[in-house]
Design a protein around this ligand. Structure first.
Ligand SMILES: Nc1nc2c(c(=O)[nH]1)N[C@H]1C(S)=C(S)[C@@H](COP(=O)(O)OP(=O)(O)OC[C@H]3O[C@@H](n4cnc5c(=O)[nH]c(N)nc54)[C@H](O)[C@@H]3O)O[C@H]1N2
Ligand SMILES: Nc1nc2c(c(=O)[nH]1)N[C@H]1C(S)=C(S)[C@@H](COP(=O)(O)OP(=O)(O)OC[C@H]3O[C@@H](n4cnc5c(=O)[nH]c(N)nc54)[C@H](O)[C@@H]3O)O[C@H]1N2
Ligand SMILES: [Mo]
Length: 757
């Protein structure tokens, strides 16, 4: 097969045979053989493990085989790979040599299999015993002049048990420095929802998807990133509900879908056109669009003698309606339409769809959260829903669709740089210590603090901070300046290469593997995007006998770092994770009977106050938040760039070089542009360009050699893949109120790539 880059539109629906073929390809490539197959039989099954892919929930009756998607298969195949990165591997390749390899190559070498260390001046990682690795980390932590010189990063695959112990360790050590992948992801959702409805989580369940009359999918590409969501959308569509997509790109999965399990009866069921209406919005245009819909709706309500809005709900349950209304009245509809990129007719249509549906769910993901006005956009979505009482009743509500499979759970059990006073008080009482009260660094602040030399130790519980973060060269330099970087990981990645003066790699068990401790094999728990907490049990033999669980690693470091405390028995908690869960239930509301409840198939639901129309924010009412719309049209010659995921990647883990649904094969270095912009800027389809960031008041940064692909994208907008373009993302200009990097909102210029002779 030719490995030449190829651009060829994909004509088939999402899912279907294409998904099956690609799944089998992934299994073969990873050479995991029987292990992978066994894992697939157990994934998302009642006694099996939770798919390490996305946070989309499992359906209630999920006892039938294959409760996962193509990309879940890829995630499982990657974890159960037959390949290992051994001591010999590190002997063979110096770090300098590894640095020359692509991220795709690094990850595809297989599972990390033994603890490794590298010290200042050395060229190669060498093996180290677990004991010595823990001692080295403890020594360096204890030598810091302040606990706030250490950073404890978490990626959202970590279990509740490991995350809880990790934050306990960090806080007993004395810091709230818990930067988290959430900071790069759904932070804007948490911040916005907390202020609006008093809880930073979604309010709907799968049951609500069965009842909704209209489901809006805004700034999300579920065909690639949450494929099992398409099954719910398909069901909704088949029973007559409306599915409305708002996205700058016509994403395949939102257009047409065939459930892979329905391939045989395809003749009868066939593909489903998922979206009933599709609105091609400009990048960052959502706030203006939502406000425009609200403006029209308010006008129509007045004309209809107050019969369109739920005035009783507004009166009883909300506050700030009058000033919100005044703000909307002061907006100019033409201006709003121009900023959104939608016509007045389209806004009218959207308003009609919204007002005609009795029960509405709005879903969103990174297309909203990683833009400059993300928080205001989400709060405007909430405003829109509040107008017709669409929060806190069946079939309606907000649905921020989370990314990592346990990113929501990690937050629930205390991974946050801004813990509440109540949480700290409970934690301190249960473990008899005084937690630090001052807030810590989030992800962006951590980069800047390391770069300035203020933080000197970086510990990563999973993830790939070097590549997932903005401004790649700054982040890499920041990590390299540290005295110590430690990564608790399953696979080799760039963060291991960009190590501190001392660098340590600690290889850990994956979710599919048996976690054997003194009291027997352990279960872990996770929380999905709809607040269901459930057990995950690994049954595969670990890839290497040297691996330790995340819990055992954290406890091992903590025991050597902290003074002994009779109230914290790290060893006992490692021996039996049920003891950790007991502690979680003492510290955090909603976990009573934790160990019992996770025995139920499907687990248990964490109560969501907003679902019951209890508003736990400062005002005790749901809040109409006023947020100003700024015109963000770039100056002539500039475009706004979004960095998105291809179909063949899991964040920084690249599974393959294709983006099938968008018709891109054997390459990732492409930039999607509207043909009118290509012509206007004097380029041609297929030509190679360098992309330059042009934030005001910031130095320009460049990534080179991207092939132009003429694509159906709004004029003035551009798209390329994450993480190749992360160098362009700023650590200074971030989303207002949430400090999330603007991965979907980068002002850029293009210049022709000069081929070096
Ligand atoms: N297979 C797979 N699954 C994954 C992941 C993965 O990498 N691979 N990652 C996981 C994680 S951590 C996350 S957070 C989620 C991410 O899931 P998504 O948020 O779906 O991921 P992105 O690729 O970032 O896609 C963002 C979508 O938003 C659109 N968009 C961009 N800017 C705008 C805008 O201004 N307005 C609107 N309306 N739309 C916009 C883009 O066109 C794109 O369709 O997926 C999770 N699941
Ligand atoms: N430009 C741009 N940047 C972005 C985004 C974007 O859309 N555009 N998206 C952002 C988002 S939404 C997110 S969530 C972040 C993701 O940021 P991260 O969560 O930091 O990155 P991942 O790529 O998911 O991490 C992959 C690594 O995790 C490790 N790993 C995998 N499974 C396990 C496990 O079970 N245990 C442990 N300990 N380690 C494991 C492996 O070593 C693997 O190399 O990236 C963000 N960065
Ligand atoms: Mo994410």
């Amino acid at each position: 097969m030719s490995q030449d880059p190829k651009i060829k539109p994909y004509k088939k629906p999402a899912g279907g045979w294409g998904a099956l073929r690609s799944s089998f390809g992934a299994i073969l490539k990873e050479k995991g053989g029987l292990n992978t197959i066994k894992a697939l039989f157990r994934m998302n099954q009642p006694n099996g493990f939770d798919c390490p892919g996305c946070a989309w929930p499992d359906p209630e009756n999920h006892s039938h085989f294959a409760e996962y998607c193509e990309n879940g298969v890829k995630a499982a195949a990657a974890e159960t790979t037959g390949k290992s990165v051994t001591e010999e591997f590190f002997k063979k390749y110096s770090v300098a040599e590894l640095a020359l390899q692509t991220d795709y190559w690094l990850e595809s070498q297989g599972r990390l299999s033994c603890p490794m260390i590298i010290k200042n001046g050395e060229t190669h990682y060498t093996p180290i015993s677990w004991e010595n690795a823990f001692t080295e980390i403890a020594t360096q932590l204890k030598s810091l002049t302040s606990p706030d010189q250490a950073l404890f990063y978490t990626s959202g695959r970590t279990s509740n048990e490991a995350a809880f112990l990790y934050q306990l360790f960090g806080r007993m050590f004395g810091t709230n420095n818990f930067p988290d992948c959430s900071n790069l992801c759904h932070e804007s959702s948490g911040v916005a929802l907390n202020e609006s409805i008093g809880i930073g989580k979604g309010t709907v369940s799968l049951h609500d998807f069965e009842l909704a009359d209209a489901i809006f999918v805004i700034g999300q590409n579920p065909g690639t990133n949450h494929p099992r969501m398409l099954i719910e959308l398909q069901k909704a569509k088949r029973r007559g509900a409306k599915v409305i997509s708002i996205n700058p790109l016509y994403e395949k999965g939102l257009l047409e879908f065939t459930h892979p399990k329905e391939i045989l009866p395809m003749v009868t069921l066939g593909k489903t056109n998922i979206s009933s209406s599709y609105f091609q919005i400009k990048i960052g245009g959502d706030l203006a669009a939502i406000k425009a819909i609200i403006k029209i709706l308010l006008e129509r309500d007045e004309q209809a003698n107050d019969s369109l809005l739920d005035h009783k709900f507004i009166e009883d349950h909300t506050q700030n309606f009058e000033s919100f209304k005044k703000d909307i009245e002061s907006e100019n509809i033409e201006r709003l339409c121009a900023i959104s990129g939608l016509s007045l007719e389209q806004i009218n249509d959207l308003t009609t769809i919204y007002q005609n549906a009795n029960k509405v769910i709005v879903c969103w993901a990174m297309g909203i959260t990683q833009t400059r006005h993300a928080v205001g956009t989400i709060q405007s979505i909430v405003n829109l829903l509040l107008l017709r009482g669409n929060i806190g009743r069946e079939g309606a509500g907000v649905c921020p669709v989370r990314g990592h499979s346990n990113v929501q759970g990690d937050r629930t059990v205390g991974i946050t740089e801004k813990p509440s006073e109540k949480f700290l008080k409970n934690l301190g009482e249960v473990f008899q210590f005084t937690p630090p009260l001052h807030h810590g660094h989030d992800a962006v602040d951590s980069i800047n603090a390391m770069a300035k030399g203020e933080c000197k130790v970086f510990i990563g519980l999973g993830g790939n901070f070097a590549k997932a973060s903005p401004h790649t060269s700054l982040t890499e330099k920041a990590l390299e300046q540290c005295n110590l970087t430690v990564h608790i990981s399953t696979k080799l990645n760039r963060s291991h290469i960009k190590h501190g003066k001392t660098g340590i790699i600690l290889p850990c068990l994956g979710r599919s593997e048996i976690d054997q401790q003194k009291t027997g094999s352990q279960i872990i728990t996770v929380e999905d995007s709809m607040s269901m907490v459930h057990a995950s049990i690994g049954k595969n033999k670990p890839n290497s006998s040297h691996l330790k669980s995340e819990v055992a690693i954290i406890a091992g470091i903590a025991q050597l770092t902290l003074d002994s405390n009779p109230n914290v028995d790290w060893q006992a908690m490692t021996d039996d994770y049920a003891l950790i869960r007991n502690k979680i239930s003492q510290v955090i509301d909603g976990f009573d009977g934790y160990n019992e409840k996770i025995k139920q198939s499907g687990g248990f639901l964490l109560r969501n106050s907003a679902t019951h129309r209890e508003w736990k924010n400062k005002t005790g009412k749901a809040n109409f938040v006023v947020y100003e719309v700024e015109d963000h049209t770039p100056p002539k010659g500039q475009l706004i760039l979004m960095t998105i995921r291809s179909h063949d990647q899991y964040n920084t883990t690249i599974y393959g070089m294709d983006d099938r649904y968008r018709g891109v094969f054997n390459t990732r270095k492409v930039i999607f542009l509207n043909q009118a912009d290509i012509t206007q800027l004097g380029f041609q389809d297929g030509e190679f360009v360098d992309i330059i960031s042009c934030y005001k008041n910031e130095e320009q940064r460049k990534v080179v050699g991207f092939r132009i692909v003429s694509y159906d994208i709004p004029i003035g907008c551009a798209a390329t893949y994450f993480p190749e373009a992360n160098e362009l993302v700023s650590t200074n200009i971030t989303a207002k109120k949430s400090n999330t990097p603007l991965s979907k909102y980068i002002p850029i210029q293009l210049i022709s790539t000069i081929k070096e002779a």
